[in-house]
Design a protein around this ligand. Structure first.
Ligand code: AMP
Ligand code: GLY
Length: 420
């Protein structure tokens, strides 16, 4: 199978890594990719937001499956353009991607499908904002309605800061604060059948101890030893299947990856948000544990054949990933700094630990030097018999990486590994 992956993050590197290990994949391409993905896939240049350009590339490459990684191309309708060219595509249509593209739309779908989520108001004027903030009280949760790369949400006890964030957005969702641990649960769906993956936990805040601003995600681990073993079945029944059914009944079936961001509250599971694609960095740990070859699973979702797919097989291993981010992330990151230690990790820590690239590129024509090119730069991933071992291996590899001014969290999976 010829496969084309669209995107350039560590999530796409994880996808390409798994696909490169799948014997069914005969040729693997990634556009635009990055310096790490170049080691497992042939890179092509493309404007990932341009559906016509992506579908023309897929035709040129003889792609039999196109996987659209990030949300922005999905919301821009790139999957539709590829599907219109007659090529199976893993990723929802523009309309279905509104589950992620508009938080107000997602709330509407959840209400119609009876999916448990926080109470919320959609506000467009300062008066409505003031009223909603007053109705819920602190802590305030204020979300930009549209896409914001994980940075559109402010959770704060400070009324002024909450109102200020709302004032900077055209339309905001203000909602009830949800207490309790967060879980990311991904499901693969063809619009009818739903196949959940293993749950993971993401670390959204920039600093240790869940301090600092929200980010796209600073690390993740799977499995979740503290979670109720029935969690996945419960979420399938109360969240994932009803949402997929509701989207189909609306005439906008959702196929691809449905990501449920959940809070496990004292009153039960609540949806914090939906995303319309694999999460980053959770994908790095979920795919590290998936034993079933990936291409066939994604192809079955793309062609409507998920009902015939045998049950997924999972490794008993635990997986941990630690994100190394640029100086100043999640603000405007400093880029262009050389990265050292990549060869050492490959020599000393493989196969249990490996580096997945996000914002990296070659230093011009110099293929020996990789430099930072974005906010999140690397996602150092490791497996082990338990979270303690996976953590040790991940941090040992992190210790070999040099990147001036870089930051990473030191507490990824620490509580879970300690059984807390
Ligand atoms: P979102 O982009 O909706 O996932 O929000 C980013 C992060 O903000 C989440 O992972 C949570 O940590 C936090 N958050 C969002 N909504 C809520 C909520 N209703 N209650 C508490 N925390 C929230
Ligand atoms: N890790 C959060 C996200 O992918 O949105």
């Amino acid at each position: 199978m010829n496969v084309l992956v669209i995107g350039s993050g560590a999530r796409e590197h994880a996808l390409c890594r798994s696909l490169s290990l799948d014997p069914a994949v005969t040729a693997l391409y990634c556009a635009p990719g990055n310096a790490g993905i170049a080691e497992v896939a042939e890179l092509r240049r493309v404007d990932a937001l341009d559906g016509e350009a992506v579908s023309a590339l897929a035709v040129e490459l003889g792609a039999e499956l196109v996987i659209v990684g990030p949300e922005a191309p999905l919301v821009a309708g790139v999957a539709d353009a590829v599907r219109d060219a007659g090529i199976p595509v893993f990723g929802p249509s523009k309309e279905a991607a509104q589950l992620e593209g508009s938080k107000a739309f997602a709330k509407d779908v959840m209400a119609a499908a009876g999916v448990p989520t926080s109470r919320s108001y959609v506000c467009t004027t300062p008066e409505e904002v003031a009223e909603a903030l007053d109705a819920f009280g602190a802590p305030y949760v204020v979300k930009d309605d549209g896409l914001a790369a994980g940075k559109g949400v402010v959770v704060t006890d400070d009324l002024e800061a909450a109102a200020a964030h709302a004032a900077g957005c055209e339309r905001v969702v203000i909602e009830e604060f949800l207490d309790g641990p967060e879980v990311s649960l991904f499901a693969i769906t063809d619009g009818v059948s739903v196949v959940p993956l293993q749950p993971a936990q993401d670390f959204k805040r920039a600093l240790d101890g869940d301090e600092g601003p929200n980010t796209g995600g600073m690390g993740a681990y799977s499995p979740l030893p503290w979670a109720d073993p029935k969690l996945v079945d419960e979420v399938l029944e109360t969240v994932l299947q009803p949402t997929v059914d509701e989207m189909r009944h609306r005439g906008t079936p959702f196929s691809g990856l449905l990501y449920a961001g959940l809070a496990i509250t004292s009153r039960g599971v609540r949806v914090i948000e939906f995303n319309a694609r694999f999460g980053d960095p959770e994908t790095q740990v979920v795919l590290a544990r998936l034993k079933t070859p990936l291409a066939g699973v994604l192809k079955a979702a793309a062609t409507g054949d998920l009902a015939d797919l045998p049950a997924l097989r999972w490794s008993e291993d635990a997986a941990v990933t630690v994100v190394i981010a640029s100086h100043n992330y999640p603000g405007t990151p400093r880029t262009g700094d050389p990265i050292s230690g990549l060869a050492e990790v490959a020599a000393e820590d493989a196969p249990h630990a490996y580096v997945l690239h996000a914002g990296t590129k070659y230093d011009g024509d110099d293929r020996d030097t990789v430099v930072s090119a974005g906010g999140r730069v690397l996602s150092v991933t490791a497996t082990g018999t338990d979270l303690t071992e996976a953590r040790e291996r991940a941090y040992q590899a992190v210790g070999r990486i040099g990147l001036d001014g870089a930051q990473h969290r030191t507490d990824i999976a620490a509580k879970a590994a300690a059984g807390a």
